[in-house]
Design a protein around this ligand. Sequence first.
Ligand SMILES: [Zn+2]
Length: 461
Amino acid sequence: MKKTFTLLCAAMVSATLANAQQDSLTIRKIYDEALVNGKSYESLRYLCKNIGQRISGSANAQKAVEWSKKLMESYGFDKVYLQEVMVPHWVRGEKETAFIIDGKNRIPVPIAALGMTVATPKEGITANVIEVQSLKDVEALGEAVIKGKIVFFNRPFDPRFIETGHAYGTAGDQRFMGPAVAAKYGAVGVIVRSLTEALDDFPHTGATLVDKDGKNIPAAAISTKAANKLSIMLKMRKLPLVKFYFKQSCQLLPDVLSYNVVGELTGTEHPNKFITVGGHLDSWDLAEGAHDDGTGVMQSAEALRVFKAIGYRPKNSVRAVFFMNEENGHKGGLKYAELAAQNKEEHIAAIETDEGGFTPRGFSFSDVSKEFIQKVNTNWKAILEPYEVDQLTIGGAGTDIEPMKEKLPGVILIGFRPDSQRYFDIHHTPNDVFENVNKRELELGGAGIAALIYLIDQHGL
Ligand SMILES: [Zn+2]
């Protein structure tokens, strides 16, 4: 009896060792393929340089959809198809103009209308400015002070966060909610300090909340340098000497039919169980959307391409999804989750890569227990360590896959975590261009994602 048990234990240990060795070999192959024959960088170049900006509803977004489908077909995936989704169609119109009015002086400052916001009257808006640090400030000042003014949200990024995404998260309410809150108290316009720690002349656009049936006021982001200048002048001169003028002509047009682009390697053992990886194909209109999120979609397709290239046939179906409309509506993510639930697909995990194509660090697992993340670390940290993608933590996953949580119970949502230090320098600005993506960093990310998918496919979660 004892002898049988010992033999059994020995057999189990050697099977585990063989498994671990197989995992190491496959992950090495994944990296070799991605680093030697990688396709993501040149594909990203095409997306950024030959198509360019691709805001939802635009002709360029449609071009990007058609090209992405062809790209996935050229990679030889088992299935490639489009998922219909209606998306908002917001257009910026003419370039915005803005001045700080200091007595007789007019000082031009760079602004960019926030996504989904409304136009000013044709002649623009001129008003006194109230500088605030938070939504609470607006509520505390109330209608007596806010009415008829331009509210200037100027709370900077908190530099103490090591992960810059947290600084973005904690400053972001000003942009997303600020205009709606200020409108409630009778403000005529809103100017928001750009969501970045970088001190420069580039306003960072981004979505703001609008009420389709309610009262909306025009809102724009102002560059951080100009925000500092305005703040100093307000403090020095006091009201009513300093006023602000801005003019923008953006418009929300009727919704447009667009698509998520989906590529799939069908599982050999469990074709109706899925591991999804994705990013978003749409970008803001001001940029090429290289890091946000051209790198994410290219890494997603690359992960599947690498599997094909090394001859790895996943047991479960693996999908690359290029989501549409992450930036101003999340309609693509909502649609994907809705259809997956309708089709009774079982999703094991969904990974999102939407934090830039920088040096990979690891992955964060959303809404999991301490025990869960400990187990993931025990099982996989050592095998990912040589590739420096071994920080496996509890944290956020991504906007596109978020709706799956509700629609597909049991799915584990995972965010790809690259180094975050430079992302918000260029986020949602004209500087988010292909030239700012590093080939090696991008490829290491795609390989790291493929490695994680492989481990989930082999061992589950
Ligand atoms: Zn993004």
